[in-house]
Ligand binder design. Sequence first.
Ligand code: URA
Length: 273
Amino acid sequence: MSLAVDPRAVESLLAFWADAGVEACYADEPIDRLAEGAALLRARSQPQPVVVAAPPPRPGAFGGIDIGAAAAHARELAAACNDLESLAAAIAAFDGCPLKTQGAKQAVFSRGPGDAPVMVVGEGPGAEEDARGEPFVGRAGQLLDRMLKAAGLQERAFITNTVFWRPPGNRTPTPQEQAVCAPFVERAIALVKPRLILLVGGASAKSMLKREEGILSLRGRWFEWRSEDGAIEVPALPSLHPAFLLRQPAAKKKAWQDLLMLAERLDRPERPH
Ligand code: URA
């Protein structure tokens, strides 16, 4: 007996699931996507033109990618970039982040002036950012923009994330994914030379500051962000993620206090040395 399926019914069901936030379908048997991704990365890393000669990531500890080797490769690529355009191109061509093969449409690097005095570092791109190729352009990003504008910071912020590909299902990026992307974030800081950094969300604050505490304990306190070699130090303020504020509007007061604290420090006259 053949089962007639009405395509309109299928479309309607899929639309209903999409509205309900269901973004992925699962088969009965598990499929090891990380292994598939690793094979793809190995295949891709062979004939690609390489910006800077360096070994492709070796198979290893995490999803077939040796995170240490991939991060070292990222560091070499990043070091060769002397402006933000070449950094964006190096990120887009980089195959060492496991997220790149997990459904992301494109790399999402940054928006905002390249000489901004403030750098905002979020966690990772969401669906809207993945579709448009720019960070913080969805609902959370619109709230962030409104808050930055109200604090007089909108045209003064360069905005990026700890990872440059959308984690599937908008999950939090893993420390390994963040470690692989970190050399690019560090290079962005070296090129933009912000006076202050705003870290939004726990995953951003923990990874950038190498701290274990939760965001509610970190937020509203100044820390020193340091480059891997210790040569660059920038004061960094953790705060609440705008996506969290959309879910918990009562927490906006705390995030607003943080932003005012940042704006006040930015406009404070620097003491002569
Ligand atoms: N959340 C983030 O952390 N970053 C984005 O770019 C968008 C949403």
